[in-house]
Write a protein that binds this ligand. Structure first.
Ligand code: MG
Length: 341
């Protein structure tokens, strides 16, 4: 099996602000695997603050290529993907790109989309939220109006209590659509965090993602026992081994392919989270329809989806999962369901 990778820069429609930074592009790497005349597509999307880069992804793919070249049966994902994971620590997005491409290849070889291989009903794919970055009130109002097809709006908070409240009031001046809040570890004091969550609970907020710094797990557990809203782990939950640790401090977890090394591990995380009684959310980075459509294959299994990454970019080079009236709509194509534009 051949493995090819090439850098690709995602251009964002709007400068995107979260609690720690603002940016206008996301570095990505597109991956293809080819064997027996079938090509599988994958993607690594790498916001710089997470530490991977197009150079590190290229280096990891160069490391993985001999393993795939020597692989006798690429359908054996349970053999191949742990071996790729073991090549080097870290590199979760580069690993996810290869995992996605291999899943795409296997699905195409078997002639079925992954939601069918997993036995899922595509009609049960959830609505997806649409994310609003931190911005001026005028831009937030404009973006909120543009987001009118979405049934849930996700808001990035976690700066000062004053600007957090202003952001919510600004959205509420335009729409009553339910809001999910991502604090991105921005609230450092648990009493202040609880006061903010109580205020948000009266304003149509559905849940709070990563309210406090990941190092403050005890404070988060305290917050969980007092919070009127569900708390969802993001920065605290990267991979399968983190799920159990999150069960005592959060009501649920946010799974992203770029954190957890891809579809194989994401599927296992969902099953473990369910066994522990946790809610599950499926999230993304800014990504093309390649990685978004891969994640969407799992979406009939989750409570909430935040898979708007492809509509946030100007240069999506794939067609795949679409969003119709705010709901994820999975194409009837094999593999991860994408074609190149
Ligand atoms: Mg988050």
């Amino acid at each position: 099996m051949l493995l090819r990778s090439s850098p690709y820069t995602l251009e964002l429609r709007h400068a995107f602000g979260i609690a720690s930074n603002t940016r206008t592009t996301t570095p990505a790497t597109l991956v293809e695997v080819e064997h027996d005349g079938v090509i599988g597509y994958g993607e690594a999307a790498m916001p710089p603050y997470l530490g991977e880069s197009q150079a590190s992804a290229a280096a990891f793919c160069a490391q993985a290529a001999p393993l795939l070249a020597a692989c006798a049966d690429p359908v054996q994902l349970e053999e191949i993907l742990p071996a790729i994971d073991a090549l080097a620590p870290g590199n979760p997005s580069a690993k996810a790109a290869i995992d996605i491409a291999l899943h795409d290849w296997v699905g195409k070889k078997l002639g079925a989309p992954w939601y069918r291989i997993w036995g899922l009903d595509p009609q049960k794919a959830p609505v997806t939220s649409f994310t609003l970055g931190i911005d001026t009130p005028e831009v937030v109002r404009q973006k909120t109006r543009e987001a009118s097809i979405y049934k849930i709006i996700k808001v990035k908070l976690g700066r000062s209590a004053e600007s957090d409240r202003e952001m919510i009031e600004t959205i509420r001046s335009v729409t009553e659509t339910p809001i999910t809040v991502d604090a991105n570890q921005g609230w450092k004091n648990r009493d202040d965090a609880l006061r903010m969550i109580e205020w948000l609970a009266g304003r149509g907020v559905v849940f709070i993602e990563q309210p406090m710094p990941k190092e403050q797990l005890d404070d988060t557990a305290w917050l969980r026992s007092h919070s009127p809203l569900p708390l969802i782990a993001d920065e605290n939950c990267q991979r399968l081994a983190d799920v159990q640790r999150c069960a005592g401090a959060f009501h649920g977890i946010n799974i992203k392919l770029m954190k957890c090394t891809g579809l194989r591990e994401a599927h296992k995380m969902i099953l473990l989270a369910r066994a522990l009684g946790l809610k599950v959310m499926l999230g993304c980075m800014t990504e093309t329809s390649c990685a978004i459509s891969a994640a969407a294959q799992l979406s009939p299994l989750v409570d909430w989806a935040d898979l708007d990454g492809a509509v946030l970019i100007k240069n999506d080079c794939f067609d795949g999962t679409t969003i119709v009236d705010g709901k994820l709509t999975l194409p009837d194509r094999p593999g991860i369901g994408v074609v190149k534009r």
